[in-house]
Design a protein around this ligand. Structure first.
Ligand code: NAI
Ligand code: PHE
Length: 348
């Protein structure tokens, strides 16, 4: 689809589009919904084959943020920024581009706040912050460890539903992607006695971390065939699709990646195979709770951690409802989020 068609066909509220001539890159800021509050979401930066793919990513990720905030009933709106590169940049070019992205956000006068996402770690948030007040990730730091706590809590809910006990000792968890989230998740799971299998495109990264935990290294292309109790996608989106779901050899999926399902229907494929799916926008909300919680809302660290750990209870309720209706947990989670969106912001 062309950029024109993508913009016209979208059900979100508005888009900001800018072409950066010097870097030959596009910036898309997609605001999907302000129904619950101020639109807030990370900035993703990566090379795309075509700018249309970057725009589509921004739109889907912004929609995901709407459901993330609604699913945990947090009074913020859904938005996301994507910097679609046409080629890799050197450090100086990259920093100039990120500064211009910061200036663009600042020019919106607080209409959108951002933070870290794939390709924009906490150190690059610092570069964006040179030019805008609307970038989270300053005092709260890196969202990855908070997100990993949410995914870990999600694994407990999954274990309770799929195996009858929240205890993760002896359970085999396969983590795809060992970055900001995957690394602290590995540590938490190892401490809880889980057996780890680890995969990353960066083979040295997988080898080093596996050495620390006595884990098995799995080649990235073998991930979908590898037997495990829980598969934890913590790399890129779209990894659960018609082809990969047919290959999966796990009892449950619970990970951090945004938009793990290529299409919503893929949740039905998982359900048909009796593979329990923890909806990504609930499971990966830890960083989204921590950043605004600590930096905008004055929550204490203890309150933030407790709120993230409550992801276990939220998923437990979603799994119960899905079991009762013999439906995929995605349906139950979307209904839960839609109830909140219909109600509007909670009274404070
Ligand atoms: P990151 O960029 O720090 O790490 C991603 C890792 O995955 C890298 O080590 C990369 O080499 C690896 N990777 C990429 N493609 C792969 C593949 N096909 N197979 C195996 N490994 C692959 O990213 P981060 O921050 O850890 O985020 C991971 C995912 O979780 C992303 O989808 C992100 O949108 C999502 N997420 C992250 C949050 C955070 O707090 N960082 C919060 C919510 C969601
Ligand atoms: N990008 C992460 C997410 O998708 C963390 C984040 C949340 C960053 C909210 C900024 C704002 O959840």
């Amino acid at each position: 689809m062309s950029i024109n068609e993508l913009i016209k066909g979208w059900d979100g509220e508005y888009l900001v589009v800018r072409y950066e001539r010097a870097a030959e890159a596009w910036i898309f800021i997609a605001v999907h919904s302000t129904r619950l509050g101020h639109p807030t979401g990370g900035t993703r930066m990566k090379v795309y084959d075509a700018p249309e793919e970057g725009l589509r990513d921004a739109q889907r990720l912004a929609e995901g943020m709407t459901y993330k905030w609604a699913g945990i009933d947090f009074g913020l709106g859904g938005g996301k920024a994507v910097i679609a590169l046409s080629r890799p940049l050197d450090e100086a070019e990259r920093d100039r581009l990120l500064e211009r992205h910061g200036a663009l956000i600042e020019s919106l006068g607080g209409a959108f706040s951002t933070g870290a996402d794939l390709g924009v770690g906490p150190e690059l948030i610092e570069v964006i912050r040179r030019r805008t007040r609307y970038a989270l990730g300053g005092s709260a730091g890196d969202p990855g460890p908070y997100t990993s706590l949410g995914v870990f809590s999600g694994c407990r809910a999954v274990a309770a539903e799929a195996f009858g006990s929240r205890d993760l000792a002896g359970r085999t968890v396969l983590i795809q992607g060992l970055g900001d989230v995957g690394v602290p998740l590995s540590r938490r799971l190892a401490e809880a006695g889980a057996r780890l299998k680890l995969a990353d495109m960066d083979a040295a990264r997988a080898r080093d971390l596996s050495g620390q935990y006595g884990a098995k290294v799995v080649a990235p292309e073998k991930v979908y065939d590898e037997a495990c109790d829980i598969f934890a996608p913590c790399a890129v989106g779209g990894v659960l699709n018609e082809k990969t779901i047919a290959r999966l050899s796990c009892r449950a999926v619970c990970g951090a990646a945004n938009n793990q399902l290529e299409f919503d229907d893929d949740a039905e494929r998982l359900h048909a195979r009796r593979i329990l799916y923890a909806p990504d926008f609930i499971t990966n909300a830890g960083g989204a709770i921590a950043l605004p919680g600590l930096e905008l809302m004055g929550m204490s660290e203890e309150a933030v951690l407790a709120s993230i750990e409550s992801i276990e209870g939220t998923l437990g309720e979603i799994f119960r409802e899905a079991r009762k209706n013999d439906e995929s947990p995605l349906r139950a989670a979307l209904r839960r989020a839609e109830r909140v969106l219909e109600r509007g912001p909670a009274a404070r």
